[in-house]
Design a protein around this ligand. Structure first.
Ligand SMILES: [Zn+2]
Length: 153
């Protein structure tokens, strides 16, 4: 899977690769502005993120939050697998399961359990909890934006 979207906090509305190839930087700024305007006009406030496997709605960019000083984190698990995750306050499309544990937790003080797609059960990330505080750490490669920007005519 090769996602061309960038979920970093600075560039929420990154453009697909083909748009970057097609337009000069100047044109890209103009197109981006037009797309932003279009979105406003259509009153699309939520930018949903879908399961990359089955397109079930998992969460929204509206629920991005910063944990330990950032939204996006890259970690390696004990098996050596590297994950880049984004933190979300809510992810209604996730099914949390497994016993919570603090063992190997990437966020000290937070216990984790698995968070999978409610619909197809793809492993999407982890649900973290510490007392009343909780959030989702979701693998960004396993999410895909709900809609691709279209070129204004
Ligand atoms: Zn799914």
């Amino acid at each position: 899977m090769n996602l061309v979207y960038d979920f970093s906090p600075v560039t929420v509305t990154a453009q697909p690769e083909w748009m970057l190839r097609k337009y000069s930087n100047e044109q890209l700024v103009e197109v981006t502005e037009k797309l932003k305007q279009q979105r406003k006009e259509r009153k699309i406030e939520k930018e949903f993120l879908l399961c990359a496997n089955c397109s079930f709605i998992i969460t929204s960019l509206d629920y991005k939050i910063e944990i330990d000083g950032g939204y996006r984190h890259t970690f390696k698990n004990p098996a050596g697998i590297v994950y880049t995750i984004g933190c979300f306050s809510k992810a209604a499309g996730c099914f949390n399961f497994g016993d919570s544990t603090e063992q190997y937790s990437w966020f000290p003080g937070f216990a984790w359990c698995y968070a999978n797609c409610l619909n197809c059960f793809l492993h999407l990330g982890w649900f973290y909890q510490s007392g009343e505080r909780h959030f989702y750490g979701l693998i960004l490669d396993h999410l895909t934006p709900a809609s691709s920007p279209t070129i204004p005519s």
